[in-house]
Write a protein that binds this ligand. Structure first.
Ligand code: FE
Length: 234
């Protein structure tokens, strides 16, 4: 299997293209609408068939490419079962698997950043990985002050779900604002300043006092993303 990590400079979003083998199938996670042409070119160059496009959650900072990819290559579009995006072709429940030849992702419900956030575990023998969306970031975690966010649910998702994965599991988040591409569960347990050596109480206090600015794109991105990035189709 091959993993391509792609980056959107405007929103600091990471998009992941998982490719089974040349000539095989692929899955994309958290694609950004503006980069549709880049994705289509890449899957053509790699000679793969894109079978699934997944959003970890309803993004507030960029518009998804899910709908455009579905139109272009007839892939399925997937989100967690709590999503408001009724345009998706399949809603995943906790523990469900997403497969493309030779690749299996396990969906795990990790609410807190939003009430419909999922993470996706790649159970590979050699390098197990988890795509955490904004549930767990590198030395941070996704804000919990809108879209059904909840600091205590975020703590529970991180500590009681993601941190139960093996320490060697590579963490691939949906964003990084400092240019770091990946982490690991063991590293985040030890060094994430919001979580390591802290209690749930302390975490909730930190998250509830972040006082972050209102996201510039939110009023456009959230309605657009509940329409799979195609608001004009509503
Ligand atoms: Fe987010």
């Amino acid at each position: 299997m091959m993993l391509k990590q792609l980056f959107d400079r405007v929103s600091s979003t990471y998009t992941y293209l998982l490719v089974s083998r040349p000539g095989g199938e692929a899955i994309i996670i958290d694609p950004v609408k503006e980069h549709l042409a880049q994705y289509l070119r890449l899957i053509e160059e790699l000679n793969v068939k894109l079978v699934h496009a997944i959003d970890t959650h309803t993004h507030a900072d960029h518009i998804t490419a899910l709908g455009d990819l579905r139109d272009a290559v007839h892939c399925t579009t997937l989100m967690g079962e709590q999503t408001q995006a009724h345009c998706v072709s399949q809603r995943l429940s906790d523990g469900e698997r997403v497969r493309a030849d030779g690749i299996a992702l396990r969906a795990i419900y990790t609410p807190g950043h939003t009430d419909e956030s999922f993470s996706f575990v790649l159970d590979a023998d050699t390098s197990p990985a988890v795509f955490t969306g904004d549930a767990l970031l590198i030395r941070g975690s996704g804000r919990t002050d809108f879209q059904g966010g909840d600091a205590r649910r975020s703590w529970d998702s991180i500590v009681n779900r993601l941190f139960r994965l093996p320490d060697a599991t590579i963490v691939y988040p949906a964003h990084d604002y400092r240019g770091v591409c990946s982490s690991s569960i063991g590293e985040e347990k030890r060094w994430n300043p919001r979580i390591a050596w802290r209690t749930e109480e302390e975490y909730a206090r930190i998250m509830n006092s972040l006082a972050l600015p209102y996201p510039q794109m939110m009023d456009v991105a959230v309605p657009a993303n509940t329409a799979c990035g195609q608001p004009d189709r509503l």
